[in-house]
Design a protein around this ligand. Structure first.
Ligand SMILES: [Zn+2]
Length: 501
């Protein structure tokens, strides 16, 4: 029944799209023939671009009047986290929380320096290309570079590619351009993150991607209004091919089709969704309000709707999937020091996490699925108004904009929060073996991908000895011996306590 509804809706898009939908549904992808693999069956890597602890805190104060993870400094100069109550789903007790270091190739993070010299974290900060590469490939690179080795320029295998090698499906979803640095680093490689048209082309031609969703539509401006075509983020030929159904992708752009994917009325095996807006779903629109969520573009989906649609497409693969979901414009509000839209973007991301949690509980389980909620770096040095040189908390009351201080218009090298739940959590927790004076246990942004690649490769190897896992090589030796992911869904209680100090 669903299938006939699916085709009816697809037919409404265009005759060409219908033909592709039928072809795609009838084809057998390499994923279906691959061997079983160890480690978490499904991995959902959610990244709030620029989302530091205080981006979450500011939104929590706006919603409830209080927040966790705020800091204060005593007279001896020791910085500690203040008590607070969880607000978001990922702050609840059934999630684990540690911290994550984000620095680029050749840089470092020194916790003692970060909490004694207010300016320390403004130096040598990572960008989203280097951080995305680290999270996607398990290898540090230089700012501006996507998925390539910092010295040799060699392609670094990413989690989407390893997902495909181990029989899984893979996809990327973003609230900014589909080929912006973070989604691109989980998809392809390029010497320069700004080569949008080339990166877009590579993503459209990538055999290992099953879902790509984001902004970057050539025929709409940032207010979602039609404009004379501007091929900044997708080449004219690529756009013509993908939107007319000449490629293997099923193509959607209407908000109603994104909603039909989320509800399950519209189905696809390989889906390219280009929201009808230029650079980002909402953040760059000109119509402003005094509080978050006023005068929204109404012709685009929210991140939650896109995420549900992507999960419905990827979740059909019995071997599992990898999905990266980015709240991409949190970063842009940080650069702009725009508190109203910062909360708005954070709320959009938070709602997407809630939808993902619901999807896992309705369609999968925490035994099969690992969910990570984190950031690639902090943006805007968002802290208390009276910070510098101290590290003071944000303040405010529910329903009102919080009192905040933006102490930079750039990224910082501060640790960011790293929340996770589900399959492989115990092994992930063991990686957080470094200790920050204020945030407690932390791991580095290359470590989750290394762990996942190693454990997925082990399963691949044992299943098919004749098919050695090439992807284990370029990422170098692991920094931690690990026992493999996926044996236990719940971390030990002491690890959880340790993480929350
Ligand atoms: Zn940025």
């Amino acid at each position: 029944m669903t299938q006939s509804i699916s085709r009816a809706v697809a037919g409404a898009i265009s005759a060409a799209a219908l033909a592709v939908a039928v072809t795609a549904a009838g084809s057998v992808t390499p994923a279906l023939a691959a061997p079983p693999s160890a480690g978490p069956k499904n991995v959902i890597y959610m990244i709030g671009d620029g989302m530091g602890y205080n981006h979450v805190a500011g939104t929590n104060i706006f919603e409830t009047g209080q927040a966790m993870y705020q800091t204060e400094e005593d007279e001896d100069g020791n910085v500690t986290e203040l008590d607070g109550d969880p607000v978001q789903v990922y702050e609840q007790d059934d999630f684990n929380r540690v911290a994550l270091s984000t620095y680029q190739h050749g840089n470092d993070y020194d916790g003692e320096a970060a909490w004694s010299d207010f300016g320390y974290v403004n130096e040598d900060v990572t960008d989203s290309a280097a951080a995305g590469t680290a999270m996607a490939t398990g290898q540090k690179t230089t700012n501006g570079v996507l998925g390539q080795h910092p010295e040799t320029g060699d392609h670094l295998t990413n989690l989407s590619e390893v997902a495909r090698e181990t029989g899984r499906s893979s996809g990327v979803v973003s609230s900014v351009q589909y080929n912006h640095a973070t989604p691109a680093s989980f998809a392809v490689s390029n010497i320069n993150r700004n080569n949008y048209v080339e990166i877009g082309s590579d993503m459209i031609n990538a055999e290992h991607l099953d879902v790509v969703m984001g902004a970057g539509h050539p025929e709409f401006d940032d207010n979602g209004e039609p404009q004379e075509a501007s091929y900044d983020y997708i080449g004219a030929d690529d756009y013509a091919a993908v939107s007319s159904g000449e490629t293997e992708w099923d193509y959607v752009e209407d908000v109603s089709d994104f909603e039909a994917l989320a509800s399950g009325e519209l189905e696809s095996d390989k889906l390219f969704g280009l929201a009808q807006v230029a650079t980002t779903l909402q953040q760059a629109r000109s119509d402003s309000g005094e509080l978050p969520g006023e005068h929204l573009n109404d012709n685009v989906p929210d991140l939650s709707t896109m995420s549900e649609g992507a999960l419905n497409v990827l979740g059909d693969n019995d071997e599992g999937f990898h999905l990266m979901i980015e709240g991409g414009a949190i970063d842009w509000t940080g650069h702009a020091n725009d508190t109203v839209r910062n909360i708005e973007e954070q709320q959009d991301f938070n709602a997407a996490v809630e939808s993902v949690v619901d999807w896992v509980e309705d369609h999968s389980s925490w035994k099969d699925t690992l969910l990570i909620v984190t950031a690639d770096h902090e943006t805007g040095y968002l802290w208390g108004e009276d910070s510098d040189p101290d590290y003071t908390p944000l303040s405010g009351a529910a329903g009102e904009l919080p009192e905040v201080g933006w102490h930079s218009t750039n990224h910082t090298n501060h640790l960011v929060p790293f929340y996770f739940k589900g399959a492989g959590s115990e092994q992930l927790m063991r990686l957080a073996d470094e200790e920050d004076p204020a945030r407690g246990a932390y791991l580095d942004n290359v470590e989750p991908a290394r762990l996942l690649m190693e454990t997925w490769a082990e399963g691949d190897e044992s299943g098919h000895p004749g098919n050695p896992p090439k992807h284990a090589e370029p990422n170098g030796p692991p920094s931690h011996a690990n026992p493999g992911v996926g044996s236990s869904a719940n971390p030990p209680a002491h690890a959880n306590e340790n993480a929350r100090r």
